[in-house]
Design a protein around this ligand. Structure first.
Ligand SMILES: Cc1ncc(COP(=O)(O)O)c(C=O)c1O
Length: 350
């Protein structure tokens, strides 16, 4: 449970971005040694960048303000204006980042559909533009892991390897939007570095399930990160004494990764309850991490009505479509909160 400014407790299931920083994070913020990071003199940011890069098996890292900025900087650093970007058809980068790659990067998107978030490598190969003066040049392949709108689904190391191999045939880099890459690694039971070994760059967030207040990291080769650093600056993302926000991100990496398994267990419990309720359709194959998507197919209720009924019971949920809805578990939702939510769902929908 969380407590609002009015002192009222509530259960927050809208997103893992609502997680609050831990006491250890707040202490780390207060005590962090800092300097001017644009001048390369913030020791805490440098430590975080080195830690994050090492954790994902890459040479270097760059601390940035958000997942959106991390993706934009990454695709800018891989491409030239006028090129194409391949993405999964429901990718966050394509739908929910204002098309920054087009507006700022001058890129055209070539979306490739998939069943569970990771396109078939043959479909990616078919989406790469042939060398022909009429066509834009394919500049980068992107992949989202876990895939948010497919339900927090994981791309496996084999799937990533196969997609990266298609890119390598034509020297096209692979960028992974790994906003929740540690959820994928924990769910698949693999080391995160192993999982993204074949990717040229990875962006991941500290401020979602890992519960840090702000920030994301881009990782890749030294040379790629040097280019990314220039793009960060032009986007206004060069930060000064950023050690105060890098410090809780270090705590996130050290203390908050393994516990993500708890969020996956609570999401499963919630999904199993929903699956038993009349008029609820949920594909249990998609219930792999901390995000669940389901359809409300009832004559008496749209998702908006369900959201209102939950809100009356102090459970916060959100719906963007009349029949489709998402719930997200995280460290500020306990197993007990989930039992309360399951009971509420039974009362409302049973
Ligand atoms: C898969 C994915 N990528 C990128 C982002 C963007 O992150 P931010 O909100 O920090 O910009 C999100 C945010 O929810 C996301 O789910």
């Amino acid at each position: 449970m969380l407590t609002g400014p009015d002192g009222e407790s509530y259960i927050e299931l809208r997103s893992d971005t609502f997680t609050l920083p831990t006491e250890a994070m707040r202490r780390a913020m207060a005590e962090a040694p800092v300097g001017d990071d644009v001048w390369g003199e913030d020791p805490t940011v440098a430590r975080l960048e080195a830690m994050g890069a090492q954790r994902l098996g890459k040479e270097a890292g760059l601390f940035v303000t958000s997942g959106t900025q991390a993706n934009l900087i990454s695709v800018l650093a891989h491409t030239q204006p006028g090129q194409e970007l391949i993405c999964e058809a429901r990718a966050h980068l394509y739908h929910y980042e204002q098309g920054g790659f087009a507006r700022i990067g001058g890129l055209v998107a070539r979306p490739v559909p998939s069943r569970y978030g990771a396109p078939d490598p043959d479909d990616i190969r078919a989406a790469i533009q042939p060398h022909d003066q009429h066509r834009a040049v394919t500049g980068v392949i992107t992949l989202e892991n876990t895939h948010n709108t497919h339900g927090g689904t994981c791309a496996t190391a084999d799937q990533i390897r196969a997609i990266a191999a298609v890119g390598k045939e034509q020297d096209i880099p692979l960028h992974i939007d790994g906003a929740r890459i540690f959820n994928a690694a924990i769910a698949l039971g693999v080391d995160a570095g192993e999982l993204v070994r074949e990717a040229d760059s990875v962006a991941f967030c500290f401020s979602k399930g890992l519960a840090a207040p702000v920030g994301s990291l881009v990782v890749g080769t030294q040379e790629f990160i040097a280019r990314a650093r220039r793009h960060r600056k032009i986007l206004g993302g060069g930060m000064r004494q950023a050690g105060v926000i890098a410090a809780p991100a270090i705590v996130a990496l050290e203390q908050m990764v393994d516990r993500l398994a708890e969020d996956h267990a609570t999401a499963r419990r919630l999904a199993e309850t929903l699956a038993e309720l009349p008029g609820i359709e949920i594909d249990m194959n998609t219930v792999q991490t901390n995000i669940i998507y389901f359809d409300v197919r009832r004559d008496d209720m749209l998702t908006f009505d369900l959201v209102k009924a939950l809100a009356q019971r102090k459970i916060k949920a959100a719906a963007s479509l009349p029949h489709r809805m998402r719930l997200v578990t995280h460290k500020d939702v306990s197993a007990e909160d989930i039992e309360i939510t399951c009971q509420a769902l039974r009362e409302i929908l049973g």
